[in-house]
Design a protein around this ligand. Structure first.
Ligand SMILES: [Zn+2]
Ligand SMILES: [Zn+2]
Length: 374
């Protein structure tokens, strides 16, 4: 197993001596790690339809003058993650999934990132004539427009799965490596192991750590993401910087995540898991029931829970609507089993499922030690 940052499970296995670890102590040619700066957006006034502070643009300008490549990172594809009408207030949402459609300006359509549903940006208004749209929040295409308006003469490229096919991907990579691109605007796709020799400045447009709620792995996923992202900067030994813009006033979390020694964060996280009886100290098994009939599904989930409760040695949480309640026309309800880490729990669950007859049209998926809690 090879990783920049191990999962909490793997880290615990290393600590217990179950796995043996070999560390790369230095970067290639001993290139120093980038330095960090956190910019609190609560203290600045951004212009309308602007997401990047003047202070950041000044810093970026300084890097561009040194011929450093600059990356603006925002993990949101398209132009705007949500579109609504200012007359009837109706937003565009997917008819198949419980999620907003994302507006893609380059393709001139609205897209569901889960099922691929497409819609056009014109609609009869429930109030009068046609809708008058407001685009709320930025995606990479919108950040591109803002950056282009500040640096009109610079070569700017968007790096996201929407803007590239296999062939143009290779071409774009070559351009970036040969420093024929001044500024990159990228999604998470860009954090994955690329070597861009001139990239020495990264701007994280919005560190969003607010969704900590429903996924216990959010903290470690953020650590992995921002650590990998930072690893794109300063790879040839030049001084490099990562700037984090944020509205989050708990900048302590960001400092922890950006600490050059990730063990500090991992140690804290493992303590939290231990105290709260979370994996890897307990077993989680997620059971998702799906079906097209919402009421039938709710009843079935309750009935299934009753059977589980009488036969399983563990705590059963739920049924609750899954965070993504509707996906590809099917409703999703979740049960979560919390129990000790023994095979007995899995075996008894397996027996129950084999002998249980679900109502027609209802499906069950089982995820032991789930990675995603959607
Ligand atoms: Zn959809
Ligand atoms: Zn309208």
């Amino acid at each position: 197993m090879v990783t920049a940052i191990p999962s909490i499970e793997t880290y615990e296995n290393i600590k217990k001596g179950k796995y043996k670890i070999s560390n790369l102590e230095n970067r290639f040619k001993k290139a120093p790690l980038p330095n960090y700066e956190i910019l609190n957006l609560n203290n600045v006034k951004l212009k309308k339809n602007s997401w990047i502070s003047n202070e950041i643009f000044n810093k970026v300008n300084f890097h561009l003058k040194k011929k450093d490549q600059v990356l603006f990172f925002l993990n949101r594809r398209g132009f705007s993650p949500s579109v609504f009408c200012k007359k009837c207030l109706k937003s565009f949402s997917c008819p198949n999934c419980s999620i907003n459609l994302v507006y893609h300006k380059n393709k001139n359509n609205l897209l569901c990132h889960f099922c691929g549903f497409k819609a056009q940006l014109n609609r009869k208004c429930q109030k009068e004539l046609s809708c008058d749209f407001i685009f709320s929040g930025p995606g990479v295409e919108r950040i591109y427009e803002e950056v282009k308006s500040i640096f009109p003469s610079k070569k700017i490229e968007i790096f996201s799965s929407d803007t590239m096919n296999k062939k143009s991907f290779k071409k774009k990579l070559d351009k970036i490596v040969n420093n024929e691109v001044d500024i990159l605007i990228g999604t998470q796709l860009i954090s994955k192991g690329f070597h861009f020799p001139s990239l020495n400045c990264i701007v994280v447009v919005d560190v969003d750590l607010t969704s900590q709620g429903h996924d216990l792995r959010n903290a470690e996923k953020n650590l992995q993401l921002y650590h990998q992202l930072s690893g794109r900067a300063g790879r040839t030994g030049k001084p490099s910087m990562v700037y984090f813009q944020t509205y989050n006033t708990q900048t302590k979390i960001i400092s922890d995540i950006t600490n050059k020694n990730p063990k500090v964060f991992l140690e804290k996280e493992i303590e939290i898991r231990k105290i709260n009886g979370l994996p890897p100290f307990q077993r989680f098994i997620s059971l998702i029931l799906t079906g097209e009939n919402e009421i039938k599904l709710e009843k079935e989930a309750a009935r299934f829970k009753t059977v589980l409760q009488s036969k399983i040695n563990g705590k059963i949480l739920g049924p609750v609507s899954a965070p993504l309640f509707k996906l590809k026309k099917k409703y999703r309800i979740r049960l979560l089993i919390r129990g000790s880490k023994t095979l007995k729990l899995q075996n008894s669950l397996s027996t129950i499922i084999q002998n249980y007859k679900f109502l027609s049209g209802i499906k069950l998926s089982v995820d032991v030690d789930p990675i995603s809690f959607n």
